[in-house]
Design a protein around this ligand. Structure first.
Ligand code: IPD
Length: 273
């Protein structure tokens, strides 16, 4: 049976509603007190009861709204349902991006929810759990926060650029990432490591950061924030013509992309463990 692709704005409407309820749950659970319930890839890669509860809530809400869609989540992996075939929708959820900040009560963590159609992200929302700030985008429809269309930084000089990045959980990878950042820092205004990739991308979308790069992002870290950044005018890509992905995500305004790319390529930012 042929399915016609759902409109991006309809998917965004569902995403926003689900993300708001999810963020409310995460916020309430933070006030009630939070502790680590398990570790994942390393001892510092934690999962809290809230990560799990919020993801369950998101999956259940999406099942109610669109029962045949697939869902990929950070904590439980691929849910049932199947998007295969034309017009198929897959939702990608990070229930709490910035889990370590959440654990420590730092106000920089978010629910990130995106909808893909035929493998392309077409709608996304990122909502800061602590502050309620919310960024949205649809493919071709622009990126917005609080009703305002977002435009990335107009900075053209890398030496004046405030650049965010992040580090993975594996010690060997972190050591490589630290070497890259140590060599990059003399060439930029400064570096920020705030601890939630989706929010870094959203801040870059509104020029509160000039650019962002990171190795090792998973689909749920990148999906919604990557669309929001791209729709705000940032170039979002990997190195040497590759698409943005686990090897590297570089998100920079067009004028900063090439100089930042040149440094990152020289420093083998997408290499190492
Ligand atoms: C992490 C955060 C962090 C980034 C890591 C991510 P999580 O996601 O986005 O900023 O540096 O690469 O894994 O584990 O908090 O969902």
């Amino acid at each position: 049976m042929h399915r016609s692709a759902p409109a991006s704005h309809d998917l965004l409407e569902i995403a926003v509603e689900v993300a708001r309820q999810a963020a409310a749950t995460a916020h309430r659970m933070r006030i009630d007190g939070v502790s680590t319930v398990a570790t994942k890839s390393t001892v510092t890669d934690v999962v809290t009861a809230a990560d799990r509860a919020v993801e369950r809530q998101v999956v259940d809400a999406l099942r109610q709204a669109r029962p045949t869609d697939a869902v990929l989540g950070e904590e439980y992996g691929p849910g049932g349902g199947g998007p295969a075939g034309p017009g198929g929708v897959r939702w990608i959820v990070d229930p709490i991006d910035g889990t370590v900040n959440y654990l420590y009560g730092l106000p920089y963590c978010a629910v990130s929810l995106a909808a893909e159609v035929d493998g392309e992200v077409v709608a996304g929302v990122v909502r800061n759990v602590m502050t309620g700030e919310e960024w949205t985008a649809t493919a071709g429809g622009g990126a917005h926060r609080a009703g305002t269309r977002l435009r990335c930084s107009t900075e053209t000089d890398l030496g004046q650029a405030l650049v965010a990045t992040g580090f993975g959980y594996d010690p060997a990878r972190r050591a490589h990432q630290a070497r890259v950042v140590a060599e990059l820092i003399p060439h930029v205004r400064d570096i920020r490591r705030m601890g939630a990739a989706s929010l870094d991308l959203c801040l870059a979308a509104e020029g509160r950061l000039d650019a962002y790069y990171e190795k090792g992002l998973a689909a749920w870290d990148l999906a919604a924030g990557g669309l929001i950044a791209a729709e705000a005018g940032l170039r979002v890509a990997g190195l040497r013509g590759r698409p943005a992905g686990p090897d590297l995500v570089v998100a920079a305004p067009p004028a900063l992309f090439e100089p930042l790319h040149a440094h990152l390529a020289d420093l083998d930012a997408d290499g190492g463990p």
